[in-house]
Write a protein that binds this ligand. Structure first.
Ligand SMILES: Nc1ncnc2c1ncn2[C@@H]1O[C@H](COP(=O)(O)OP(=O)(O)OP(=O)(O)O)[C@@H](O)[C@H]1O
Length: 315
């Protein structure tokens, strides 16, 4: 069962420093993904580390599953949190299987159960168990190591996954692929995920909601579509980049704008498609209207360029 996470007026002041986190309040619903984004030094990692108590707040309260984290034993808390960091930190002298089995082993699971769980997780993260379970981390690519890191964090089936720039060290193509895989994994497992990233595209892609931080303060909290459509201020707009409206088109399903009347236009787009794909289909066909087809190939509606423009303008 996933568990909600709640921050209530949480602040952190390090010795000799200003406020690294300044009166932060938000809730991550059970089974949803929240991205913490913002420029370097804005307090993302500190916020994440306060959830697993690697950093203690100066004031305020954090709860996981409705319980204050200070009322739980540290072991109990950490057991309910999987943790993935940028430089995976796999134990070099252990095999892949031993790395994944670290927490189950600590929990005293029987050997056969650990072995079965390890293979199940290797499958889940796209590594064939028979090829990978016996390898050492140095015999893996960066992307494969990161996959093992994700598998290790999921080993004891924690309700919450904390991820700190998990794909930050990877090349763009591998990062893309792992993001896709995380989306698939999350569809299956429905964990509560908090992911720290400075990459707005990653946040838009992975998160149900985005929290934008600046100098320790929460500047904006909303769905990717809300943040893209109405950035709270110029700072957030800059962070989103000049192609903010393109990103909005890319992330808005065509069904949001579609009219339920259709005809046999030359431009065609699947009902799974985005507004960006609809516009591209229209451009390719030299038309300003596209038919939207459903799973069985039948036409379920249509969308026009004017509909798309006015929907973007309305937001
Ligand atoms: N252990 C520490 N002692 C003192 N100051 C710290 C400590 N950890 C972080 N800070 C300070 O707190 C502020 C927030 O740091 P944090 O690591 O949370 O930022 P971040 O948003 O994760 O940045 P980045 O994207 O660069 O990782 C920074 O000013 C940082 O220098």
């Amino acid at each position: 069962m996933a568990q909600a996470i709640e921050f209530r007026h949480v602040s952190k002041r390090f010795d000799h420093g200003g406020l690294a986190v300044d009166d932060l309040s938000f809730r991550v619903e059970a089974g949803s993904t929240m991205a913490l984004v913002g420029p370097s030094g804005c307090g993302k990692t500190t916020s994440l580390k306060m959830i697993n108590r690697l950093v203690e707040p100066t004031s305020g309260e954090i709860s996981v599953g409705g319980r204050s984290i200070t009322s739980m034993g540290l072991l109990e808390l950490r057991r309910s949190l999987g943790y993935v960091i940028q430089y995976v930190g796999l134990f070099p002298h252990m095999t892949v299987a031993e790395n994944i089995g670290v927490v189950p082993q600590l929990l005293g699971w029987p050997k056969a159960k650990i072995a079965a769980r390890t293979d199940e997780l290797l499958d889940l993260v796209g590594l064939a168990p028979k090829d990978y379970r016996g390898r050492r981390p140095r015999a893996l690519s960066g992307g494969q190591q990161q996959r093992v890191g994700v598998a290790r964090a999921l080993a004891a089936d924690p309700p919450v996954l904390l991820m700190d720039e998990p794909f930050g060290a990877l090349d763009p193509i591998t990062r893309d692929r792992l993001q896709d895989e995380l989306i698939q994994i999350q569809r299956k497992l429905r964990k509560t995920i908090v992911i720290v990233t400075h990459d707005m595209d990653e946040a838009v892609r992975l998160a149900d909601r985005i929290a934008v931080l600046r100098a320790g303060k929460l500047i904006q909290l909303g769905t990717p579509a809300e943040v893209l459509a109405k950035p709270a201020d110029d700072f957030v707009a800059d962070l989103l980049g000049r192609d903010r409206l393109l990103k909005l088109l890319r992330t808005t399903p065509v069904t949001k704008v579609m009219q339920p009347v259709g005809s046999g236009e030359a431009a065609r787009i699947s009902e799974q498609g985005s507004l960006e794909e609809a516009l591209l289909a229209m451009l390719a066909a030299g038309q300003s209207r596209a038919a939207v087809f459903g799973g069985d190939g039948g036409i379920v509606g249509s969308v026009t360029a004017a509909d798309i423009v006015s929907s973007a303008a309305r937001r």
